[in-house]
Design a protein around this ligand. Structure first.
Ligand code: TXA
Ligand code: MG
Length: 340
């Protein structure tokens, strides 16, 4: 029912026509795959919410393929801080929250007067947005609550039969969703960490704030600045626990629990630590936080595919890309973190 096509010129044109006609298309970006529709068309936007099973109060990000196109998305001029961030980090994995322009459907922003704007660097995404010649609203292309898709096959798994077409651009290079930054206040505030790290933003603007909800669950009655943060997210079918502390002690505790577990279990650990876990079942996070980011969602999906019921994961240091990884891993684990 859903066509999976390589991004040839013909396929891009076909996808662009579908979007112009008010349909929803799956497409790659450098972060994760998106489910795209015309950001001006409320009916098309509703199809996205329906396909994902997404709560109606969670706004979508609008994607552009040139700096010029931002005038079709926001109202007024870009503030100076936004201009600077755009200069250094666009195109790339950065979404800026700005005042919404009249063109953009309120269905897209869930009724908010602000809009998240992103200019992706992925070539296929850029070609699609240019060919459609409209701003494209796109959330991650997973079913709501599930890990974001980092391959076209992940999208197919979640969306087969629900959308007409998916463009296959291979694996996403960043692997976690874009950094979301509210640039309407000073200092700017990171609402969701991603490939553009707080350190990188501070290097350009001098200062940056990271929203408190990034590394913990929302408190009761706390208002989410980024509505997406309040929902259960990325959760695998099995249970996930994170272990934090000195590497040797973490490995000893994980091994103890693994050996005691009567369920189908798996360990997430960095490549260099593999020898500490003997021949227990292990999914490598690679060499560093960037590779952990790139692999994490595929790892979580793989656990569901092979029926793993208990996952024990090493924690990641929250510097640089590590913050984005711990934000996703923490949510996937419902913040079940053990200090050893
Ligand atoms: O990397 C990405 O950003 C991917 C690709 C496809 O571009 N998209 C993505 O979209 O992750 P989504 O819908 O899964 O996540 C958007 C996040 C949500 O947490 C949402 O609440 C927040 O951005 N957001 C969107 N518009 C907002 C706004 N106006 N104010 C505050 N938060 C906003
Ligand atoms: Mg998402």
């Amino acid at each position: 029912m859903t066509e999976l096509l390589m991004p040839t010129e013909e396929a891009i044109q076909k996808a662009a026509q579908l979007i112009k006609a008010g349909e929803v298309v799956g497409f790659p970006t450098e972060t994760v795959y998106g489910l795209g529709a015309d950001a001006r068309n409320a009916e098309a936007i509703h199809k996205i919410f329906e396909a994902k099973g997404r709560p109606q109060d969670n706004p979508l990000i609008v994607h552009i393929s040139s700096l010029e196109q931002i005038k079709d998305v926001i109202s007024g001029e870009m503030p100076e801080q936004a201009r600077l961030l755009a200069k250094y980090f666009w195109p790339g994995p950065l979404t800026m929250i700005l005042p919404k322009g009249d063109n953009i459907s309120l269905a897209c922003t869930a009724g908010l007067d602000s809009v998240g704007v992103r200019y992706p660097s992925n070539e296929c995404a850029q070609r699609l947005i240019s060919a459609a010649a409209v701003p494209i609203a796109a959330p991650s292309a997973n079913l709501s609550g599930k890990p974001s898709p980092t391959t076209a096959q992940h999208v197919y798994h979640d969306m087969n039969g629900k959308i007409p077409m998916i463009l296959d651009g291979g694996s996403c290079s960043v692997g976690v969703e874009s950094t979301v930054v509210d640039v309407r206040s000073t200092p700017v505030r990171v609402l969701r960490p991603g490939g553009v790290t707080p350190e990188m933003i501070a290097a350009v603007l001098g200062e940056v704030e990271v929203d408190g909800s990034v590394l913990r669950p929302l408190k009761e009655n706390e208002v989410a600045r980024s509505p997406g943060m309040k929902y259960k997210h990325y959760a695998p079918d099995g249970s996930l626990t994170i272990f934090k502390g000195e590497t040797g002690k973490v490995a000893a505790e994980i091994n103890r629990r693994y050996d005691e577990s009567e369920k189908n279990a798996c360990i997430f650990a960095f490549e260099a630590h593999k020898p500490l876990y003997g021949n227990r079942r292990l999914y490598s996070l690679g060499d560093d936080a960037a590779s952990a980011a790139q692999r994490l969602f595929a790892a979580l999906r793989n656990m569901d595919d092979i029926g793993v019921r208990e996952i024990y994961s090493e924690a990641v240091d929250v510097q640089g890309m590590g913050l984005a990884v711990m934000n996703r891993l923490g949510r996937a684990a419902a913040f079940h973190i053990v200090e050893v």
